[in-house]
Design a protein around this ligand. Structure first.
Ligand code: FPP
Length: 255
């Protein structure tokens, strides 16, 4: 039976512990203004900064942002290269300030395909912030949900072959422990901006019990007020995790 690993805390304030976002609409935002697409991505970085600060101040535990999917390599090479440069400049400009604000950075995805400069910067940034106890900011870059599950299964298979797993019974918990998001709570709230209503290979395993929120607002226009609207919508929902509405109202925790 599938058991959600989402923590059930009847004393919480109703805020999501983990918000996962697909930041879509940068290109269209720029096109509407007769600007090159990269200007939309640059403006998107400003939204990232505003939202990271907001989530950190609101004591949200985890904010996950889908920055570059495994499929985004199919974009024109100039756009891919500009995105890489944007990651590098943003990371180098922001990481010290983020660390002072106690933000912990984790990058998930197959980093090996990135320029060496970016790979080094990711390692340095994760090391610098690893003991911070504020918001955990997860940047998914060259990430895909299929890739994540596959790399987890490969890790497990390697351990079985090496004889380092006590028994070879594969459980859901074992797979979850080998995903890139091991030790993080699963997303409570998933947001996609830009009007499309799909999850595009983002955190496929982790989103099993997540509440979805779609908005037509393009990512550069997604403000903290709109984020709060999404959080308020989440707070108004009844999460049942397979139970009945009556069980939830009587505050019976999941088994
Ligand atoms: C999707 O919009 C957006 C991306 C593929 C890139 C998102 C990246 C950023 C906002 C920069 C983030 C930087 C850091 C350091 C986290 P799109 O280009 O698909 O928009 P469209 O659908 O309107 O064409």
């Amino acid at each position: 039976m599938s058991t959600p690993t989402v923590a059930f805390d009847p004393t919480d304030n109703g805020n999501p512990r983990h918000i996962a976002i697909i930041m879509d609409g940068n290109g269209r935002w720029a096109k509407k203004r007769f600007m090159p697409r990269v200007m939309g991505h640059r403006s998107g970085v400003k939204t990232v900064k505003r939202l990271v600060e907001y989530c950190n101040n609101k004591n949200i535990e985890v904010l996950s942002l889908f920055a570059f999917s495994s499929e985004n390599w199919r974009r024109p090479p100039e756009e891919v290269s500009l995105l890489m440069k944007l990651f590098i400049t943003t990371l180098s400009a922001e990481i010290k300030r983020l660390s002072l604000k106690k933000v912990r950075l984790i990058c998930i995805g197959d980093n090996s395909a990135f320029p060496q400069e970016l790979q080094d910067m990711i390692v340095d940034s994760e090391t610098l912030t690893k003991n911070n106890d504020g918001l955990t900011l997860v940047i998914a870059a060259n990430y895909g949900g299929h890739w994540d599950i596959t790399q987890a299964v490969n890790q497990i298979s390697a351990k079985i072959k090496a004889g380092t797993l006590p028994d070879a019974l594969i459980t859901e918990a074992l797979i979850a422990q080998h995903l890139t998001t091991a030790n993080l709570p699963e997303p409570d709230l998933f947001i996609r901006t830009g009007g499309e209503e799909r999850i595009s290979n983002f955190m496929l395993w982790q989103l099993a019990y997540t509440e979805f929120y779609f908005t037509k607002t393009l990512w550069p226009d997604f403000s903290t007020t709109l984020l709060q609207e999404a959080i308020d919508s989440f707070k108004g929902r009844q999460r049942r995790f397979g139970r009945t509405g009556d069980q939830v109202q009587n505050q019976e925790p999941p088994p």
